[in-house]
Design a protein around this ligand. Structure first.
Ligand code: PLP
Length: 395
């Protein structure tokens, strides 16, 4: 059976990480991998998570199966985190399941869409997170793209995006990034969300919102404002969220899929289908990460500690955006990189050529993916001078 297989290339980002690890240059910088790092380049466990974990160890008294929904308290707390006091919750039109990370949330959403309409088309931004296309295609959806990032002008191609969305058909799905667009860092402003909302409402396509970075952009509520506006105006919607980045729970694999329906009766029917989708993929989600998140979100003390730790991560990333732009100017770079400060979250395209990306790697041990997407969290006060000097040299 296996004899017919042909070896596939390694995932480019994981391959980059392996090369970085082997590099003996003490000045090496990893701007590839999409995880938050502190000034020392370490991805520490949040203090609120450590406390929640102690509590969990002391109080957990069974490992019995949890069921396809996962923990009801986690699902409830996540719905509130995503929607605040939104009417979709008071109208009882939302249902949430815990999932294995944001990736699991997206796969569940894709299988659910397939149950609604076999072979449905989902539109994703060009560019989008590298895993979106493969993940949706693996679930049997057809993937098409709408214009999103204008590489030349380093801004949103909003006219192109809107024009493409106007051509989408009513039984298609459209994937939108809630905030901190991966890979461009370029987000819609509230006025643009309003316009997208109007198109979604007019056409009636299904918005699928991927929120992998809530709290990493401007703030927890601010980052969800676009999707909340959308939810005010459309009858059906899907939200896929992840606790990997904002709770630092990467390897615990915890996220959520939330579906919104026209009425509480309609959403109960849809929910029964969502649960059957879960049952045949992984049956039930992992419980540990969910227990930590629900402990934090349901405790005033831990929740406020989390807000503080999240703000620290967000402020460090935003600070890095300003620092690298300033340092490039200091090093005599004339090209305008100020767009980096107008983008959000973990990533931005530096906007240099693949050859220049390769030179950064070969000559300076600076690692970023070939598209010149750089992980802003990899910048630190200790390496930013070397980084700016090296970029100046390859330019
Ligand atoms: N969606 C986007 C846009 C992402 O960038 C990521 C992770 O990088 C995910 C989803 C998946 O996150 P998780 O690690 O929770 O599966």
């Amino acid at each position: 059976m296996f004899g017919s297989l042909k070896a596939l290339p390694a995932d480019p980002i994981l391959g980059l990480l392996a090369k970085y690890r082997e590099d003996s240059n003490p000045q090496k910088i990893d701007l590839g991998v999409g995880v938050y790092k502190d000034e020392a380049g370490h991805t520490a466990i949040l203090k609120c998570v450590k406390t929640a974990e102690k509590h969990r160890n002391d109080t957990e008294d069974t490992k019995v199966y949890i069921g396809p929904t996962g923990s009801p308290l986690f699902n409830d707390e996540m719905s509130k985190l995503i929607f605040g006091d939104h009417k979709v919750l008071s109208e009882n039109r939302a249902r949430t399941v815990s999932t294995p990370g944001g990736t699991g949330a997206l796969r569940v959403a894709a299988e659910f869409i397939k149950s609604c309409k076999a072979g449905a088309t989902i539109w994703v931004s060009n560019p989008t997170w590298a895993n979106h296309t493969g993940l949706f295609e693996a679930a049997g959806l057809t993937v098409k793209t709408y214009p999103y990032y204008d590489h030349e002008n380093k801004c949103l191609d909003f006219d192109g995006m809107l024009a493409a969305l106007k051509e989408v058909s009513a039984d298609d799905a459209v994937l939108l990034h809630a905030c901190c667009h991966n890979p461009s860092g370029m987000d819609l402003n509230q006025e643009q969300w309003q316009q997208v909302t109007e198109v979604a409402k007019d056409i009636g396509f299904l918005p699928v919102v991927d929120m992998a970075y809530q709290g990493f952009g401007t703030g927890l509520d601010e980052d969800a404002a676009g999707l909340r506006l959308l939810a005010n105006n459309v009858e059906e919607m899907v939200v896929c969220s992840s606790c990997s980045k904002n709770f630092g729970l990467y390897r615990e694999r915890i996220g959520a899929t939330t579906i919104i329906g026209k009425s509480s009766t309609a959403i109960d029917i849809a929910y029964s289908v969502l649960l059957s989708v879960v049952r045949v993929i992984y049956s039930m989600p992992p419980a540990h990460g969910a227990a930590l998140v629900e402990t934090i979100l349901s405790s005033d003390e831990l929740r406020s500690q989390w807000h503080q730790e999240l703000a620290e991560m967000r402020n460090r990333i935003n600070g890095n955006r300003q620092i690298i732009v300033d340092k490039l100017i200091e090093n005599g770079v004339e090209r305008d990189f100020s767009f980096i400060t107008r983008q959000n979250g973990m990533f931005s395209f530096l906007g240099i050529t693949p050859e220049q990306v390769q030179r950064l790697q070969d000559e300076f041990s600076i690692y970023m993916v070939g598209s010149s997407r750089m992980s802003i969290a990899g910048i630190a006060k200790s390496n930013v001078d070397y980084l700016a000097q090296s970029i100046a040299k390859v330019l």
